[in-house]
Structures are given as structure tokens and as C-alpha cells.
Design a protein around this ligand. Structure first.
Ligand code: SAM
Length: 207
């Protein structure tokens, strides 16, 4: 590819967290189906996961145009037949799920978003997930969480402060609040898995 058309962006954390995330994903994903990734960011996760999940189709999505360009570039450099075109999805739009309603989505994956967006983004994410996922389907969340309103590490507390300084509506969420909202929308918690760097995998299943 002509380097002038290389719009790939790099988020170094993806190199560190992709294998631990993948190890959890394979334990909870169905055998096959369409996996929708919300907030794909640079696209590095999508090009890493898709070739490893050959029975699945991976659908990246991202509301930011520059990042969508990065995702497309990553796809051009690392093509995978089961990696579909990036969708322009902003979960703050209450009908974000509408364009996907004819696809049978078997899992939704959302990595490092709900603390870097307003709480409403999580509420709308869950509402749309409820509409898209049928019984037994999976919603996977990854990121830092507070437990019982307390930070689980000094580094998460510092991170939380830096997020809130950037945007008052951002911040590390309480795991209990996240679970409560999901349960109200018809999901049950399958498991949480402690991840490197004081992060958590949080896995829900639609009842
Ligand atoms: C820290 S990045 C994480 C990106 C990627 N998942 C990763 O782990 O590298 C947060 C991402 O959330 C996306 N995002 C923020 N608000 C969103 C919203 N309302 N709907 C969908 N994505 C959103 C941002 O555009 C950004 O790409």
C-alpha cells in the first residue's frame, strides 16, 4: 500500500491487553456468528481478533471519522475475509442498533469505552444491546471498575482523576452500577475476570 494512504493509528495498550482479552473471549463466545465491536478505536483489536475467530464475522464500529479511517487502513494492511466493513455507530444515538437489526448478532464486544464517554453512553449501549441480542447471546465489557464505590488500585484512582479532568462526564464506573443497569435490561452477569493492569472483563448474557 502507498504509505500516503496509511492512516493507521496505534494505541499501545491494545498490544498489551489483546491476548488476555482474547483468552476470555474464547471462553464465552458462541461457536460462530456475528460479533459486533462497539468503539473499535484504532482498529488494532479487530485485525488481531478476526483472523483468530474464523467461524465468526467481526463487525468493527466507531463514531469518530479519523478512527474509522484508521480501522479501514488496518483492514487494508491486515485483511481477513471475516472482518467486515467498519460501521459508523455512536451509542448515544438511541436508535444506534437499527441499521443492524437484520443481522443476527451473537455477541457485542466493548473495550475501554464506558469510562471514556458519558454514563448515558453505557445506558444507550445496554438498551441497544437488549434489542440486538436474543436470549443466550453475550455482551462483553472490558475496562477499569470501582468495586463498592472504591478504586481497586492507586493507578485506577489517578486514571479516574485524569479522565474527570478531561471531561466531567467521564470516569471509572462502579461495577455494581454497571451490573444493576444490565440486569434491569434483561441481562445476567456470567462472570467477571481480573485482567492485567487492574482491569476487568465483565461478561453478561441476555436472559
Ligand atoms: C479509549 S478508546 C478505546 C478504543 C478501543 N476499543 C481500544 O481498546 O483501543 C475509546 C473509544 O470509545 C469511542 N466512543 C466514545 N464515545 C462513544 C459512543 N458514544 N459510541 C461509540 N463509541 C464511543 C471513542 O471514539 C474511542 O474510539
Amino acid at each position: 500500500m502507498n504509505p500516503e494512504n496509511d492512516y493507521r493509528q496505534y494505541a499501545p495498550a491494545t498490544q498489551r491487553n489483546r491476548d488476555p482479552i482474547f483468552d476470555v473471549l474464547v471462553t464465552v463466545l458462541p461457536d460462530k456468528g456475528n460479533i459486533l465491536e462497539i468503539a473499535s478505536g484504532t482498529g488494532e483489536h479487530s485485525v488481531y481478533f478476526a483472523p483468530k475467530l474464523k467461524n465468526h464475522q467481526w463487525i468493527p464500529s466507531e463514531p469518530d471519522a479519523i478512527r474509522r479511517q484508521s480501522i479501514e487502513s488496518w483492514q487494508q494492511f491486515c485483511p481477513s475475509p471475516n472482518l467486515l466493513n467498519v460501521q459508523n455507530i455512536n451509542v448515544l444515538n438511541s436508535d444506534w442498533n437499527e441499521p443492524l437489526k437484520d443481522l443476527e448478532i451473537t455477541a457485542i464486544v466493548n473495550i475501554n469505552m464506558i469510562h471514556i464517554s458519558p454514563w448515558e453512553a453505557y445506558l444507550r449501549l445496554i438498551e441497544g444491546a437488549k434489542k440486538l441480542l436474543s436470549s443466550g447471546r453475550i455482551l462483553y465489557l472490558y475496562g477499569p471498575y470501582k468495586r463498592d464505590k472504591k478504586h481497586t488500585s492507586p493507578s485506577n484512582e489517578t486514571f479516574d482523576q485524569s479522565l474527570r479532568a478531561q471531561n466531567k462526564s467521564w470516569g471509572v464506573r462502579d461495577l455494581e452500577d454497571v451490573i444493576e443497569i444490565a440486569e434491569k435490561q434483561g441481562f445476567k452477569l456470567v462472570k467477571t475476570v481480573a485482567m492485567p493492569a487492574n482491569n476487568l472483563s465483565v461478561v453478561f448474557q441476555k436472559i
